[in-house]
Design a protein around this ligand. Structure first.
Ligand code: FES
Length: 154
């Protein structure tokens, strides 16, 4: 195979992959997956959630929270493209929201924001929302501890 033939074969393969993605996923999912927002891990976060889903993939969400409001957020995952899209969309949805508002986001709310997910990837939205709930639980536990034990430093 010459270099030109190889490049043409690679281009054709890329086009086939993109076509298959476009058949399976909404344009919003593809956009979030190809160009995700808020990917990474915050330094010194106020709360971190980490969950391994039944598929074996992991998601981590770190939150910076000030006066009960999410001021910054990052997600990390070793999961599939749908999970990257879910992490990206979810972090955009919660940034600037109160902890209470973020806690009310459901799998369905997230899936709707992505204009749907294939049935076999609905668990990716659940992984993202469960990870957020895990982070919020950590934050609430720490806040309750402070309320009970550290009134004098507030
Ligand atoms: Fe494992 Fe999407 S999170 S397949």
């Amino acid at each position: 195979m010459t270099d030109d033939t190889f490049v043409a074969w690679l281009d054709e393969l890329q086009r086939k992959i993109e076509y298959a993605e476009e058949q399976a996923y909404s344009p919003v999912v593809i956009q979030e997956y190809r160009s995700p927002s808020n990917f990474g891990v915050l330094d010194n976060p106020d709360a971190v959630g980490e969950i391994k889903g039944p598929c074996g993939d992991t998601m981590k969400i770190s939150l910076r929270i000030k006066t009960g409001r999410i001021r910054d957020v990052r997600f990390w995952t070793d999961g599939c493209g749908a999970t990257i899209a879910c992490g990206s969309m979810l972090t955009k949805m919660i940034n600037g929201k109160s902890v209470e508002e973020a806690a009310n986001i459901t799998n369905e709310t997230l899936t709707d924001a992505l204009i749907g997910l294939p049935e076999e990837h609905l668990h990716c939205a659940k992984l993202a929302v469960d990870t957020l709930q895990d982070a919020i639980k950590e934050y609430n536990n720490a806040s309750n501890f402070l309320d009970k034990n550290c009134d004098e430093i507030r």
